[in-house]
Design a binder for this molecule. Structure first.
Ligand code: ADP
Ligand code: MG
Length: 513
C-alpha cells in the first residue's frame, strides 16, 4: 500500500465524512460510517472512536472489531494509549505495537495480527480545549520503516470534524434529557404512580387506595369500602367493577338505607307473583339482576338483622329464593359493600351479625376524609371546575383567595361537598372569576376561624343565627336591656329587635351567650 496519500482520495474521504456526519443525529451509526470511510478510502485496517464520560473513555464506534471487542474498549483516563491521549489531549503514534509495552490490547482485537507490523495512531477529538474523545487507527505497513506525518495530519482534520459533530450531539442530547425530565416531572405531578380512571388523588392515602384497587379488582374477593359520606366509596366500587373480569356484566347499586325494612327483601331478592298484596307479577331482585356482574350494597350497616342471614347465604352459597318462592336461584355475583358507620360497634351492640361482618371484611378498603388529605383539594377543585365549566359552557376561574379558603375549610361532606360547592359556584358565576365573596357563608366563616385562631374557635358561633343571637344579647347587656337602645346600636328597628328576641328566645337571665 502506498505511503503517501492520493490527494483526490483524501478530499473525497473528507467530503464523504462531512456528508455522513451531517446526515443524521444517530451518533453511533454516523461514527461507524466515518470509520468505514476511513478504511475504504485511506487503507486503514481498523479504527475506533472513543468518547469521554465521567473519568472514562469508551469505544462507541469502530471498524474491523466485533461488538464484544467494542464493549471491552473502556479505559480510565491515563490508562493505556487511548486513556493517555484522552487525558493529555495530544496525539500518540506507536510505530509498531508489537514493541510497545504501553499497548494494552484490552479489546483483544489484535490477537491474529500480533506478528504483523502494525502502527497505532491516536489523536484527540478536541473541541476548543476540551478533549471529547479519541480517534485511533491501526495501520498495517510492510517491513519498511515509515513516517506517519501525513496520516496524523489527516486524522487531526477528521477528529476536528468529529469533535464538532459530537459537541452538537451532546448539546441536543442534553436538551432532550432536560425535556424528558421535565415531562416526567410534570407527569408525576399530574398523577401519582397509580391511576384509577375518574378518581382524583395524589395524596399518599389515596395512592394507597389506588394500589389496593388495582390489586383487588381482578380478584374474586368481596370488598368492604369504609369511609365517611362523600369520600368516593361508590366511585371506587364502580372502578373495581370496571377493572375486573366482570366489567361487561351489570353493576347493580342498592342503598340499604333507602327503603323501608318491609320492602328490602323483595328489592334484594325479588318476589313471585301474588306473594303479597300488590305483587301482580314476578319481579327479579338486585342479586338476580346482577348475575355475572357486581352488586354494590351501600350503607350495609343499615341492613336489618332479619335480612343479614340471607345476604350471608348469597355470599357463601351463591343462592337464594325469591320472596314467596320455593325455587332456589343460583347467581354468580361479586359483592362490594360500603358503609360510613362503625360496623365494629354495630357488631358489639348486636345490631350486625359477626359472621356476616367477617365475611364482608375480607378486603376492607378505607377512604380517607378530605380533611385528612388537604393536598388533594386543589387538584380536585381544578378537576371539578373544568368539569362544570364544560357542562355549563363557561370558563370561570377561582382566585387564589378562594383556594385558600378551601384549604382551611374542614369539608364535613368531603368530596361531594366540594363538588357541589364548585358546581353551584360555576353555575351562579356572573363574571370570569369566583372570589371569596361568592362562597357560602358557612365555608367562609369556618375557614376564617381555622385560619386565624384555634383558641377563639370554640368561643365563636358557627351559624348566621348564632352570630345574630350573640350580637343581640351582647347589645342588650350593654344597654341594660333597653331594647330601643340596643336596636339603635345594632342599626335595626325596635320592631326588628323585638322579633329577633322572640325568635331566639333571648332572656335577660340567660346573659350573653
Ligand atoms: N377522588 C375523587 N375524585 C373525583 N371525584 C370524586 C372523588 N371522590 C368522590 N368524588 C365525587 O364525589 C361525589 C361523592 O362520591 P361517592 O362515591 O358517591 O361518595 P360516597 O359513596 O363515599 O358517599 C361523587 O360525585 C363523586 O364522583
Ligand atoms: Mg354514597
Amino acid at each position: 500500500m502506498s505511503r503517501s496519500y492520493d490527494k483526490t482520495h483524501e478530499i473525497t474521504a473528507l467530503y464523504e465524512i462531512s456528508k455522513l456526519l451531517g446526515s443524521s443525529l444517530n451518533l453511533k451509526v454516523n461514527l461507524r460510517g466515518v470509520m468505514r470511510v476511513l478504511a475504504e478510502y485511506l487503507d486503514m485496517k481498523r479504527g475506533t472512536v472513543a468518547l469521554r464520560s465521567a473519568g472514562e473513555v469508551s469505544i462507541i464506534a469502530a471498524h474491523g472489531m466485533s461488538e464484544e471487542e467494542i464493549k471491552r474498549g473502556r479505559y480510565k483516563l491515563g490508562e493505556g494509549i487511548i486513556g493517555r491521549v484522552a487525558k493529555h489531549g495530544s496525539p500518540i503514534v506507536i510505530p509498531n505495537i508489537g514493541d510497545e509495552p504501553l499497548f494494552l490490547n484490552k479489546t483483544g482485537s489484535r490477537k491474529t495480527i500480533k506478528k504483523e507490523n502494525v502502527a497505532f495512531l491516536c489523536v484527540p477529538i478536541k473541541f476548543k480545549n476540551e478533549v471529547l474523545g479519541v480517534l485511533s487507527v491501526d495501520r498495517l505497513f510492510g517491513s519498511k520503516a515509515v513516517s506517519f506525518e501525513e496520516d496524523l495530519r489527516l486524522l487531526k482534520i477528521i477528529a476536528s470534524l468529529i469533535a464538532q459533530y459530537v459537541r452538537i450531539h451532546m448539546e441536543i442530547e442534553r436538551e432532550r434529557e432536560a425535556f424528558l425530565e421535565e415531562k416526567e416531572n410534570l407527569k408525576s405531578q399530574l398523577k401519582g404512580k397509580y391511576r384509577v380512571e375518574n378518581i382524583i388523588g395524589q395524596s399518599d392515602s389515596m395512592q394507597e387506595v389506588f394500589e389496593s384497587v388495582h390489586r383487588v379488582a381482578p380478584s374474586k374477593a368481596n370488598v368492604l369500602l369504609r369511609g365517611e359520606s362523600g369520600t368516593g366509596k361508590e366511585l371506587v366500587a364502580k372502578a373495581i367493577h370496571y377493572m375486573s373480569a366482570r366489567a361487561k356484566g351489570p353493576f347493580i347499586k342498592f342503598n340499604c338505607a333507602s327503603i323501608p325494612e318491609g320492602l328490602l327483601e323483595s328489592e334484594l331478592f325479588g318476589h313471585e307473583k301474588g306473594s303479597f298484596t300488590g305483587a301482580t307479577a314476578m319481579r327479579k331482585g338486585r342479586f338476580e339482576l346482577a348475575n355475572g356482574g357486581t352488586v354494590f350494597l351501600d350503607e350495609i350497616g343499615d341492613l336489618p338483622l332479619t335480612l343479614q342471614p340471607k345476604i350471608l347465604r348469597v355470599l357463601q352459597e351463591k343462592e337464594f329464593e325469591r320472596v314467596g318462592g320455593e325455587k332456589t336461584i343460583k347467581v354468580d355475583v361479586r359483592l362490594i359493600a360500603a358503609t360510613s358507620r362503625n360496623l365494629e360497634e354495630l357488631v358489639s351492640s348486636g345490631k350486625f351479625r359477626e359472621d356476616l361482618y367477617y365475611r364482608l371484611n375480607v378486603v376492607p378498603l378505607f377512604l380517607p376524609s378530605l380533611r385528612e388529605r388537604k393536598g388533594d383539594i386543589s387538584l380536585l377543585s381544578e378537576y371539578f371546575i373544568k368539569k362544570y365549566n364544560a357542562e355549563n359552557n363557561k370558563s370561570v376561574m377561582i382566585t387564589p383567595d378562594v383556594m385558600n379558603v378551601f384549604m382551611n375549610y374542614d369539608w364535613p361532606g368531603n368530596v361531594r361537598e366540594l363538588e357541589n360547592t364548585i358546581e353551584r359556584l360555576v353555575v351562579m358565576a356572573r363574571g370570569k372569576n369566583i372570589t371569596t365573596s361568592d362562597l357560602p357563608i358557612n365555608i367562609r366563616e369556618q375557614s376564617m376561624r381555622a385560619r386565624y385562631s384555634v383558641q377563639i374557635k370554640d368561643a365563636l358561633p358557627s351559624t348566621i343565627e348564632d352570630i345574630e343571637k350573640a350580637r343581640i344579647s351582647g347589645a342588650l347587656q350593654r344597654t341594660g336591656w333597653i331594647q330601643a337602645k340596643a336596636a339603635k346600636s345594632l342599626g335595626i328597628t325596635p320592631r326588628q329587635i323585638g322579633y329577633k328576641i322572640k325568635k331566639y328566645n333571648i332572656q335577660e337571665t340567660s346573659g350573653s351567650k
